[in-house]
Write a protein that binds this ligand. Structure first.
Ligand code: PNS
Length: 162
């Protein structure tokens, strides 16, 4: 079974990386899908986000990373013979939005199932937004993002790496 793991990944965090590694262990193949036309204005371009994900997942042979074109996620999944959408849940606050998307996606294509993996406890407070904020003000993000992301953030914000 092939699964897809969609998101903005602006940028990928250690929380995402943990979900990717665990999902990769459950499925034959996992395609991480970077939503290109997210409503949010991203810090990293879709190509930069893909490159950072590829570097961060290079040790996982059954994981691929692609840009999600401007189509419905369930249509992409069906076209690429993926039967499962993987999502990570950190807290109750994630639930309502994810529940809405999972139900709508099932209505659109009942044959594509959504499954949720609970975050690792140590990353439950982590988000791409908070990581960007810490990095913007020069805070230490070691252990919160994969090393290539730490370098890319330092570059974006014009900081020296310690
Ligand atoms: O990391 P995010 O921003 O929460 O990811 C949201 C994402 C990309 C998973 C969601 O916006 C999505 O699935 N977009 C693809 C278009 C689509 O199918 N929208 C309808 C969802 S019910």
């Amino acid at each position: 079974m092939i699964a897809v793991y969609p998101g903005s990944f602006d940028p990928v965090t250690c929380g995402h990386q943990d979900i990717i590694a665990r999902a990769a262990g459950m499925f034959e193949g996992l395609t991480v899908l970077v939503a290109a036309n997210s409503a949010k204005s991203p810090l990293f371009s879709a190509d930069e986000r893909v490159a950072l994900l590829r570097e961060s997942c290079a040790h996982l042979p059954n994981v691929g990373v692609e840009v999600l074109p401007p189509v419905l996620l369930v249509d992409y999944a069906a076209e690429h013979r993926a039967g499962v959408i993987v999502k990570g849940l950190r807290a109750v606050s994630d639930f309502e939005y994810e529940f809405q998307m999972a139900l709508l996606n099932r209505r659109l294509r009942p044959q594509v199932e959504t499954i949720f993996l609970m975050t690792a406890a140590e990353y439950s407070y982590l988000s791409s937004s908070i990581v960007k904020e810490i990095a913007r003000f020069g805070g230490d993000i070691e252990g919160l993002v994969p090393p290539p992301v730490r370098r890319a953030l330092a570059e974006k914000f014009g900081q020296q790496q310690s």
